[in-house]
Design a protein around this ligand. Sequence first.
Ligand code: KIV
Length: 288
Amino acid sequence: MEKVTVPDLSEKKRRGEKITMLTAYDVPMARLLDEAGVDLVLVGDSLGMVILGYPSTVPVTMEEMLHHAKAVRRGISRALVVGDMPFMSFNLYHEETVRNAGRFLKEAGCDAVKVEGGQGSPESLEAVRAIVEAGIPVLGHLGLTPQTAGKLGGFKVQARRAEEAVRVVEAAQELQEAGCFGLVLECVPAQVGEEITRRLSIPTIGIGAGPHCDGQVLVTHDLLNFSGAFHPPKFVRRFADLNQVILKAVKEFGQAVADGRFPSDEESYSMPPEEWARFEPMIRHKDS
Ligand code: KIV
């Protein structure tokens, strides 16, 4: 099983083969995604909402991202692992930006980082340039960028108007020129996804960006419906229903404990007969 590399992804685009990316935040999920043959595993800052219970991705820290990225890396042997740069980890000074990006590689063993923003955000473009210059592969992220959703008017489809769509296409080209090896396109009309995919030589990976992107990404917990109570956006397809599977299993456990069916003799340990024969009189002796 050969490790996926950045050039493998361009090669897939060239051959017209679709790319798959999914999120993971821990070892068991990372192992399963790797075994299933996913090309890229993203340690997304969606971690904040999916796992840590924050109301948005904004509070997520570098330390939280690294903690989970290290775990994910331990579960991966084949997929390309991408660490998501959290809000304010790449927005201040280049030196700090490059140091933070480097920590994903040096401390967590990631292969690349993802940086959100670009359209109307010269800071993101500058950050991408600085990180690429340091020799770290960068995956861009355009369209709906959750870290700055407030500025974009909330969690809604971007680039529906022609002028805005042109700006996103231009920003995609700028990110390619800045050295990104690929681009996540989130929540843009399918026509915009198609136009950007056609214009760029680097692969596009869509999430709510239509079927013409070079690849697709989803938050794994969304596709598995493993999120507690959460109403997913239109672009999510639920390929399984883990909420129901888990609820059923946990209720059955409760019932089996309550009526004494769990644990059974097979699920219990017993003393060797000769030890039991010695133990019983010893313990009875203590009672008298
Ligand atoms: O943080 C994340 O999981 C992401 C994906 C939705 C692309 O950025």
